[in-house]
Design a protein around this ligand. Structure first.
Ligand code: NAD
Ligand code: TYD
Length: 379
């Protein structure tokens, strides 16, 4: 593929920063443009190590601002787009669905329209172009939790064969499943996925969509379960577990997601959908106990000393019970596999947050702190 100038949206966020870092380091001949509005979730400190590289540039812009997006795409002769910019936190979407519709739906439409306007103006049109949309497994809705104690998983990978790996039901999210989003976040992501596919079907735009499971790793904003809880354990603050902690999520190390994005961007088939996940299901309460055990050990406290921080709080409205991705299509067709055992990935992640307290303090100051207090008032 001849793509050489790639626009990555949302590159200052959690997953986006790992994708930008991978592309900037791995492809010195590509020009990588990171377009990000720098909302509360975007932080250029996530990219300090690559910001001076000659093949990297940053543009502060809103994806909903069609004129600016079109100008950036046109002036830079962008031939590939990896679109990650979004509002991404379910709890925020429950409080403020309008912002999610605006950014995730209208923002994606604005990206698509701008790419279409520029690419259709070229003699070669869509040849050698790619619009790659990053989505979530949450669009499929929730799976049944038929085996609360867990069963032997039907599928394994190198990285999912660790001793804690279990499956909590027989059904999995496959690419052909009907969309059944439940939260305003997943409804907005589902809508954006439909627009991306519509641009392929209607205009012939070479699009790809991937739906990935929950990511974990460095630089995740500490409103999400893992960084929030590691930080709270360190400071001996309560750990607000929603409901009974029985909900199941399928966790993937963020660098494995970034590797999958690289592979699919270059070798994926246009108009296809690929599910990305590590066959790594965990009940929230088991994750929380693991976080306490490992964080305590790394801080030199007796393991489990902070178990009493666990605080069961009112459940999240419409809380999806179980997510579990079947990623065999990606494994079979493109040979991708997660690289890390969960035990290894989670320890690496916790260590990173403990060693980067400055980063946490920086992103949890100011506006975010006010929001946080508001969100947890009364829980
Ligand atoms: P994040 O919230 O950490 O980062 C989002 C980034 O988008 C931030 O840098 C923010 O500044 C930017 N942004 C938000 N609104 C914008 C706008 N209007 N214009 C330009 N930039 C804007 O999110 P994340 O967890 O890194 O997720 C990235 C993408 O991956 C999202 O599309 C999300 O739906 C998807 N995804 C996330 C997960 C996960 O576990 N985090 C799993 C699967 C898919
Ligand atoms: P989260 O990291 O918000 O990701 P998502 O909702 O996209 O899966 O939450 C992961 C799981 O942890 C989810 O089931 C909700 C639960 N959770 C809590 O129990 N307490 C918390 O404070 C948070 C943020 C999440």
């Amino acid at each position: 593929m001849s793509t050489r100038t790639i626009l990555i949206t949302g590159g200052a966020g959690f997953i986006g920063s790992h994708v930008v870092r991978l592309f900037v380091n791995k492809y010195p001949d590509y020009r990588i443009i990171n377009l990000d509005k720098l909302t509360y979730a975007g932080n250029l400190a996530n990219l300090k190590d690559i910001e001076d590289k000659p093949n990297y540039s940053f543009v502060k812009a809103d994806i909903c601002d069609f004129d600016t997006v079109l100008k950036v795409i046109t002036d830079n002769r962008v031939d590939g787009i990896i679109h990650l910019a979004a509002e991404s936190h379910v709890d925020r979407s429950i409080k403020d669905p309008f912002t999610f519709a605006q950014t995730n739906v209208i923002g994606t439409l604005s990206m698509l329209q701008a790419a279409k306007a520029y690419w259709e103006s070229l003699p070669e049109k869509y040849e050698g172009k790619r619009f790659y949309h990053i989505s979530t497994d949450e669009v499929y809705g929730a799976l049944e939790l038929t085996h609360p104690e867990g069963i032997e998983p039907p599928f394994t990978t190198k990285a999912s064969s660790g001793k804690h790996h279990l499956a909590y039901g027989e059904s999995f999210f496959t690419e052909d499943l009907k969309y059944q989003p439940h939260s305003p976040y997943s409804a907005a992501k589902a809508s954006s996925d439909h627009f991306v596919r519509a641009f392929h079907d209607t205009y012939g735009m070479p699009t790809i969509v991937t739906n990935c499971s929950n990511n974990y790793g460095p630089y995740q904003f500490p409103e999400k379960l893992i960084p929030l809880f590691v930080n709270n354990i360190r400071h001996r603050k309560p750990l607000p577990v929603y409901g009974k902690g029985e909900n199941v999520r399928d966790w993937l190390y963020v660098e494995d997601h970034a590797r999958a994005i690289d592979l699919i961007f270059h070798e994926g088939t246009v108009a296809e959908t690929y599910n990305i996940g590590g066959f790594n299901e965990w009940k929230n309460i088991d994750i929380v106990k693991t976080l306490i055990r490992v964080t305590d050990r790394l801080l030199g406290r007796p393991e489990g000393a902070d178990d009493d921080l666990i605080t069961y709080v009112t459940d999240r409205a419409g809380h999806d019970l179980r997510y579990a991705i079947d990623s065999r299509k990606l494994q079979k067709e493109l040979g991708w596999e997660p690289s890390l055992q969960f035990e290894e990935g989670i320890e690496k992640t916790i260590r990173w947050y403990l060693e980067n307290q400055d980063w946490l303090d920086n992103v949890t100051s100011g506006d975010y702190q006010k929001y946080y207090e508001e969100m947890y008032k009364g829980r």
